[in-house]
Design a protein around this ligand. Structure first.
Ligand SMILES: Nc1nc2c(c(=O)[nH]1)N[C@H]1C(S)=C(S)[C@@H](COP(=O)(O)O)O[C@H]1N2
Ligand SMILES: [Mo]
Length: 247
């Protein structure tokens, strides 16, 4: 959205400069047309990114939705949180925000929620259709006063891979996409441990590994440089998966 606004401003600037003499000048024409093409291309790219993932009817839901990756973080800290039905769990929201927050599950559950039935596509070659419920990630980021300088949102999880907590990241276009939610509900129930309790990301235009489960902390950042090895996610850093896993 920020990019789009500055594009439009740039476009208005070009139009204002576009007096007859400039338009008749071949060099100026080339530059103007190149700018227009670029602007059209970028606007198309941005509106593609805002397109919705397909949604399905309840009768299309998969009878079995397999769990993948971590099925239970299995740490003493996570076990203690689960034992208490996540009453002591907090979602920390920090980084480039005006008001760092720590949300309880109850607070997240009182926020306006979206319910969507979508297809999950795992890079390993399986898919499943499930129903997800939770607040828009955008609502949670706004509640913390996310700053305009933020370009990415980084998700830190409770489960460890070789001692390192799973992490993932998305950009602001996906963070504020109208189907990007922090799901506390799945298939009409509270999210279970296998699928990422108490809270997991649903970022429906991307492959499964981007949908971070077992969320503990969300940081708004300007760059992915300081995160892990710098590629923005556990699999990106360690197995060379693409950071942008659009479907
Ligand atoms: N924290 C965490 N998130 C994760 C994973 C994981 O191992 N740990 N696996 C990813 C992968 S590869 C997939 S396909 C989905 C699986 O989600 P599911 O268990 O609900 O099917 O979670 C993703 N998010
Ligand atoms: Mo996956």
């Amino acid at each position: 959205m920020i990019a789009r606004r500055s594009l439009l401003t740039g476009g208005a600037g070009l139009l204002l400069a576009g007096c007859d003499r400039v338009v008749q000048n071949p060099t100026a024409r080339r530059i103007l047309f190149a700018g227009e093409d670029m602007q059209r291309g970028l606007q198309r790219a941005l509106s593609d990114r805002a397109a919705l993932a397909p949604e399905f009817r309840p009768d299309q839901m998969s009878p079995i939705f397999r769990a993948n990756g971590t099925h239970n973080p299995g740490t003493p800290e996570y076990a203690a949180l689960a034992q208490n039905n996540f009453a002591d769990w907090r979602l920390a929201v920090g980084g480039l925000v005006d008001t760092p927050r720590r949300f309880t599950l109850a607070q997240l559950r009182t926020m306006p929620a979206r319910t969507q039935i979508t297809r999950h596509d795992c890079v390993e070659g399986w898919s499943a259709i499930g129903q997800w419920t939770g607040p828009l990630l955008g609502t949670v980021l706004k509640a913390a006063g996310v700053r305009r300088s933020a370009r990415y949102v980084v998700f830190h999880c409770a489960d460890l891979f070789g001692g390192i907590p799973y992490y993932e990241s998305i950009d602001m276009v996906d963070a504020f996409h109208s189907q990007t939610i922090l799901a506390w509900g799945m298939n009409g129930h509270m999210l279970d441990v296998a699928h990422g309790a108490p809270l997991r990301l649903r970022v429906e235009r991307q492959l499964g590994y981007k949908h971070a489960k077992y969320l503990m902390r969300i940081d708004a950042v300007a760059s992915l440089d300081g995160i892990g090895l710098g590629k923005g996610g556990y699999w990106e850093d360690h197995v060379d998966y693409d950071w942008y896993a659009g479907i």
